[in-house]
Design a protein around this ligand. Structure first.
Ligand code: SF4
Length: 509
């Protein structure tokens, strides 16, 4: 039977299981830019441009390899606007007897494709180390789930950073305690590598500029890798210039330095331009040859084969219910400044401004600035999740949902992480230079000029005391609260109430 293989915008890999065994004489590959997938949330225009441009480059690369490729552009008058719709139209037109697909990164999309009425043949997404069923088996008799034990399994399975006898290199599985320093004066991050848009990308930029002008975020200055070759150059640049210092400064934040020592490979990896196993092998090689320390290599590999695979496993294990979880019952709408950056809180302004400009912020900015604020202020998790999905170049539902809903918002009640990632302004002061030029004073908790994070932190702990007090990891914090004079507790509560009331007001925070 004639095969048609559908390749999605985050599946741009030659190794994709659904591409294997295609006969170029009769089988075909379909890629389609569809409106439904880029308007469900108001995606950053740079993100739409990246995916469309990378899809077009991949289609060209497949053609060069002899594949018969059908490509539907967004402005094709016959484009019906949805992936199931385009798949049905092309299966019919090509009289395909079988439609081959690789597992999606989005539960909703996978469901809608499953119900399109065609004879579908699904393939596992072998770009990941751990399959969905394998994760479900691992999780079956474990409660609570913890990433650390899953990660050790993945180390054993991949053989990464192991001795000849299978023990972890250096004797420990995890060197997480190392690094995590603020950026000292005088340490400069390497120059960011940039990729000038070629003809294909320039066409996409014109299309996106005309079709999605109302979406938040800046399209100008697009310089991301859109092909396998460019993604590899970005990776090599990181290996050569940033990886050795990455471990020390991965949590640091600095004004006007959006990238620091971060690899920024998340988007390229998630859409298929880079290969997980190859990245891990390169980092291991850098370690074994002495170019980076074991702590740095282990930390980086843990993010790739530990955390990344773990959140994907949880996503597929828990969907669709996971998306509706709201353990704190939060209902407050997302403040308008998340879409504009217009707030007097400098840490949020810096993080949101660079997000609007680059569709990028690193994990600590996402977790401890924008995420922490949303948690402390009791924002509805669904709205926060939509914001992260829309704004970040590398955010796809399987990764963004557990990271936002579970890790940042603790809305799953502690299923993913054993304690909420809540912090006062002191954490931000320690890890950044933001507070020095802020309209608020990080050393104060009450009063008009006091840093809003401080009172909101205590307000959060007080209002969720019933749910959180028994958590052993919060025991010390609640003991500190209990030791505070009653008048101090009341002043913090009142300041918190006032801040929450002002969040919705015209002048905001
Ligand atoms: Fe953020 Fe508070 Fe520091 Fe201002 S003082 S930058 S609001 S942590």
């Amino acid at each position: 039977a004639r095969r048609l293989a559908l390749v999605l915008g985050d599946q741009l890999s030659f190794e994709l299981a659904s591409l294997r065994g295609l006969d170029p004489r009769q089988d075909a590959v379909l890629l389609a830019e569809v409106r439904e997938e880029v308007t469900r949330v108001p995606y950053h225009p740079k993100k739409i441009a990246l995916i469309f441009s990378a899809m077009r480059h991949f289609a060209e690369a497949l053609r060069r390899r002899g594949f018969r490729v059908h490509y539907v552009t967004l402005d094709d008058p016959d484009n019906c606007g949805s992936l199931p719709g385009e798949l049905v139209r092309w299966a019919d037109r090509l009289r395909a007897g079988e439609v081959h697909l690789t597992e999606c990164g989005d539960w909703r999309l996978e469901q809608s494709l499953c119900h399109c009425g065609l004879p579908l043949v699904w393939h596992a997404d072998t770009r990941f180390l751990c399959g969905r069923a394998e994760f479900a088996r691992w999780a079956a008799d474990r409660q609570p789930l913890r990433m650390e034990f899953f990660y050790r399994e993945m180390r054993r399975k991949s053989g990464l950073l192991l001795d000849a006898d299978g023990a972890p290199l250096g004797g420990g599985w995890n060197y997480d305690g190392q690094g995590r320093k603020p950026l000292p004066a005088g340490v400069e991050a390497p120059m960011a590598v940039r990729f000038a848009p070629d003809v294909i990308t320039r066409e996409v930029l014109a299309l996106v500029g005309s079709q999605f002008a109302g979406h938040p975020g800046v399209l100008d200055g697009f310089d991301y890798p859109v092909s396998h070759g460019e993604a590899q150059a970005l990776w090599q640049h990181f290996l050569d210039f940033a990886l050795p210092a990455f471990g020390d400064y991965q949590d640091a934040m600095a004004s006007g330095e959006p990238f620091l020592f971060h690899a920024r490979i998340g988007a390229a990896l998630n859409i298929g331009l880079l290969d997980l196993r190859r990245l891990c092998a390169d980092v291991e090689e850098a370690c074994r040859s002495g170019r980076v320390s074991l702590g740095v290599a282990e930390g980086f590999i843990r993010q790739l084969i530990g955390w990344r695979e773990y959140v994907r496993g949880i996503y597929w294990l828990q969907m669709p219910d996971y998306a509706t979880r709201n353990a704190f019952g939060n209902r407050r709408p997302l403040p308008a400044f998340y879409w504009t950056g217009q707030t007097r809180m400098n840490c949020l302004r810096q993080t949101i401004d660079q997000t609007l400009k680059h569709a990028y912020a690193h994990h600590i900015q996402r977790l401890m600035v924008t995420g922490n604020f949303a948690l402390l202020a009791g924002i509805a998790p669904r709205q926060v999740c939509d914001w992260y999905l829309a704004m970040y170049l590398d955010a796809f539902d399987w990764a963004a949902l557990p990271n936002t809903l579970g890790m940042a918002m603790h809305a799953d009640g502690g299923y993913l992480a054993s304690k909420p990632c809540c912090a006062s302004g002191q954490y931000i002061r320690r890890m950044s230079d933001y507070c020095a030029s802020c309209a608020y004073r990080v050393s104060e908790s009450t009063g008009e000029q006091a840093c809003p994070f401080n009172a909101l932190y205590w307000h959060f702990l007080m209002r969720h005391r019933r749910q959180l007090e028994a958590n052993p990891r919060l025991g010390m914090v609640y003991r500190t609260l209990a030791r505070m004079p009653e008048t101090r507790q009341q002043a913090l509560w009142r300041r918190g109430e006032d801040l929450l009331a002002r969040l919705a007001a015209e002048d905001g925070l």
